[in-house]
Design a protein around this ligand. Sequence first.
Ligand code: NAD
Length: 441
Amino acid sequence: MKITMIGSGYVGLVSGACFSEFGAIVTCYDVDKNKIEDLGGGNVSIYEPGLDTLIQTNLAENKLKFVSDLKTAVQDADLIFIAVGTPSRRGDGYADLTYVFDAVTELAKYLSGYSVIVNKSTVPVGTARKVSKLIQTTNPAADFDVVSNPEFLREGAAISDFMRPDRIVIGVESERAKSLIGELYRPLNLRETPILFTDLESAELIKYASNAFLATKISFINELSELCESVGADVHAIAKGMGMDKRIGDKFLHPGPGYGGSCFPKDAAALLHMANLSEKRLRIVEAAVEANTHQQKRMVTKILTALKGKVEGKEIGCLGLTFKPETDDIRESPAITIIKELVESGIKIKVFDPKGMAAARKILPPGVSFCERVDGTFQGADALVILTEWNAFRGLDLNKVREQMRGNILFDLRNIYERDVVESIGLRYFCVGRAAKKLNQ
Ligand code: NAD
């Protein structure tokens, strides 16, 4: 089976490489010609564990290729996946569908024979039908069906998520398209991955509902973390106690500085806008978004309060820029938001991240120092803040940190250390949702 990926970013590349691994002949296309040239030489532009090897292997076996000519990419494909970005639109937060519609308008011209156009990008309800109309208008002779197949992979674990997903959701209305895409996913189905076939609108909405629900779960435990700090409870004990209830589940109950990334914030905003267009309100999602903004601000307040508001001449080391470990993606990362606010308060900032430095250099304000190693962040610093839970930050030599810092404060916004251990070294410890001492003591 021949398939084409339009858009070779996180989703397009991972999906393309994985489909080729499962035996399909995959062509990846992108408007970014430099990216395509690099990828054709086996140089992978993004960091995703295992992706470079998977791409290089399948390139060598001629099951995967990268082209910057759209006609070549499209003309012989059985299925054409749209995997371009759908960022938040300026102003109202709705999904910006410019890239999707541009891609569809261009590719429609080259459709020949029967093809299935698959929306893998996260798109608002109704987009599949709009895509269908756009193709009909652009190329009235085209023989095609449009399918909605949202992607649920997580950056950092994208390959295993793609190869062993919890489910595959496919919105489809024609038997012919259903049979083709069912055949493409057959290797996963043999592993007993459930495939949920639905109508187009439901498939589109399942993606937004899932992300909004996960964002809500994170905001829920983050709100509780604030209460825990006031009443002397331990948010990890709360999460564990809640998670043991199978109806709740133990995932996505880890407190931190707020959710971020390229999906949750933009998808929650788009879902709220979608509801608004239908004159409906999703009050729980509204609250989850508000709680997330509050949690990020609360982390800044926590830091400024511990410094007693005396920021003049203060220098803080920050560990972590990406929104989570094992990715180079800094889109909507709470680390970036928090660092920007600290800089605005007049604090001098030094940062280190294993993979996020290049992207962060482009968006962090001037004056932020980029350290070559972890050590540079704490040497001479008044405080150290852990913003992302990279493994490299989990085993710091805390004695060395204490010796080399000018001050003595550790803000562990990912709760990867234990208070007793940190305090026994002579550092003051601030974390999320684990109170300093029990009440009545
Ligand atoms: P990305 O920004 O990493 O990649 C998008 C790519 O599309 C870029 O390389 C860009 O150059 C290319 N592009 C833009 N316009 C194009 C056009 N007209 N023709 C061809 N290529 C074009 O985006 P991503 O993170 O891969 O996300 C893609 C979609 O998948 C989004 O809708 C996103 O919400 C969704 N999604 C992302 C993730 C994730 O973890 N990143 C997970 C699930 C779903």
